[in-house]
Design a protein around this ligand. Sequence first.
Ligand code: SF4
Length: 257
Amino acid sequence: MHSSKPELLAFLAEVGSGILLGQVWIQPVDRGFRMCHGADRTKPFEELDPLSTSDLRPLALFTPAGGFRPLRGSPDLRGGWRYEARDSEALWVALELVYPGALVDWYAIQCAPSPVTHYRPYVERQTGMYRITAMLTPAQVATTAKACCAVSFCLKRRLWKDEGLNEDPAEAKSIIPCLEPCAVLMEFARKVYRMDQDASHALQISGEPLATVRAALEAALENRRSEVRDADFSHPLNPRRLQCVLDRLPAALEKTS
Ligand code: SF4
């Protein structure tokens, strides 16, 4: 079936012998397309678990452990599956289920005017409980983005910026762009602001105790607790909170005489 969608036509021109969109590998075959997890692209296609179109939404919504995925760009898409799209329109439907809006955003950044909304203009139009996000300093915004948008949490390439905060490099993430702060980032920005208001979190630490704290945070990030939801920033073991504290530790150990 011939598509009239400019986004799809442009994307099809880039597919070549195969292309990775987020964590989904797409390969043209005959008139259709094969899809599987990027980590499975070298496995025999027929040995993967076949999915129907109705299976794709649950695939995108839940982690392998059954947890909710608040961000479709998070790098924990379940593997071991295959999907066959009979034509380009079926491919569009399938990709919209796994990565909603990804092709539209991917196409938009190739067109003028720029579709990106940077942090300040975005937060200045917020109302209600999100008005507080306009009060973050540039340093706090950078801290928030560094932890919240880290490649271990989100594969979208952040294109929005703030003073002192550049966009993600092209090679750092996937070809799916992030055009404006998402709901998870806004919620995390509120948390960072509130945490910084709490002077009790400030402490002096150096030497071996600092090494212990760093190792404990890295271990907690490595072994994430499944009961801690990604977007539950009230939980002290929330992975983005752990990353944020880790990022703020001094880089080098101070020498103790
Ligand atoms: S704001 Fe950050 S976490 Fe949210 S979608 Fe964009 S890159 Fe991902």
